[in-house]
Design a protein around this ligand. Structure first.
Ligand code: AMP
Length: 295
């Protein structure tokens, strides 16, 4: 496995690759969710590359950039074991050299949900992903449903800027008890780890209500909110029932697939979780890719 630390090394490597190239962008501290993306890339593509880059522009000054968990040696061992061909690990200075001043802004789909709480986040995400796509020039790129709004934003950007990459969306990988895997789960102490289950339980309760015929988005939000507000260690940020393409909050009874999202702070980290309704859409990446952020 090639470890590419500079843009020059990456360009040299890219120039030598023939055939379909699959790309998995990450911020490192890898878990089974990241590895599922890498596995999907391996299945589809002749060549695969991952990136590990904790992107400073997607963190606001009061967020956890400096304490974001890192373990590059372990990450590289995991990727090597999976048979990934190369890993791009640039420095922040290589990606944002002094004098840098160009950013990508995606409009309405970045306004709600996470964008409401983190107003500059998606500008950083869109910018770094556009730069990584320009550098890596992949045929396919793999993203997790875990960050569903990110998928919608990236797919909008790719369509709007005519970037020739096929975005694949992979299902959320969960711990045995239902907690969505996240690099930030490492911040949770034992009590908070138990409390964090309220996010997946909230989705589960609303999904069951949907399956029992409940279609009113206010009622679905209320059911999910009720589960999280019973947990004293969780501070709810939002519950959303939105269409999975434009992320418009639904106000009338739903008759098409919707994205149900929750975000809450539990101890130090903010945790996110989501599911599509109906439930079967969450099970495989082909169904997910057809629905979430499809443009
Ligand atoms: P991150 O390193 O947190 O930026 O995540 C890199 C990629 O992994 C993103 O596309 C995430 O959506 C995806 N990802 C993170 N957690 C999970 C998970 N539990 N299941 C599936 N994909 C995930």
């Amino acid at each position: 496995m090639q470890i590419l630390e500079s843009i020059a090394d990456l360009r040299l490597w890219r120039g030598r690759q023939a055939g379909m190239l699959g790309f998995v962008p990450t911020m490192g501290y890898l878990h089974a969710g990241h590895l599922a993306l890498a596995q999907a890339a391996r299945e589809d593509c002749e060549r695969t590359i991952a990136s590990i880059f904790v992107n400073p522009t997607q963190f606001s000054p009061n967020e956890d950039l400096s304490s974001y968990p890192r373990d590059p040696e372990r990450d590289l061992a995991l990727l090597r074991e999976l048979g990934i061909d190369a890993v791009f690990m640039p420095t922040p200075e290589a990606i944002y050299p002094s004098g840098y001043q160009t950013y990508v802004t995606v409009e309405s789909v970045t306004q709600g949900l996470e964008g409401g709480v983190r107003p500059t986040h998606f500008r950083g995400v869109a910018t770094v992903v556009a730069k990584l796509f320009n550098l890596v020039q992949p045929h396919k790129a793999y993203f997790g449903q875990k960050d569903a709004q990110q998928v919608v934003v990236i797919r909008r950007m790719v369509a709007d800027l005519n970037i020739a990459v096929d975005i694949q969306v992979c299902p959320i990988v969960r711990e045995a008890d239902g907690l969505a895997m996240s690099s930030r789960n490492v911040y949770l102490n034992t009590e908070e780890r138990k409390a964090a289950l309220c996010l997946s339980q909230a989705l589960q309760a609303a999904t069951e209500a949907y399956e029992n015929g409940e279609r009113h988005p206010d009622r679905l939000r209320e059911i999910a909110r009720g589960v999280i507000s019973c947990q004293p260690l969780a501070q709810l940020d939002y519950v959303s029932v939105a269409d999975p393409q434009y992320l418009v909050e639904q106000t009338a009874p739903v008759s098409r697939p919707v994205l149900l999202s929750v975000a809450a702070r539990v101890g130090k980290p903010r945790l996110l979780d989501n599911c599509l309704l109906p439930r079967h859409l969450n099970n495989d990446r082909h169904a997910l890719t057809a629905v979430l952020g499809a443009v």
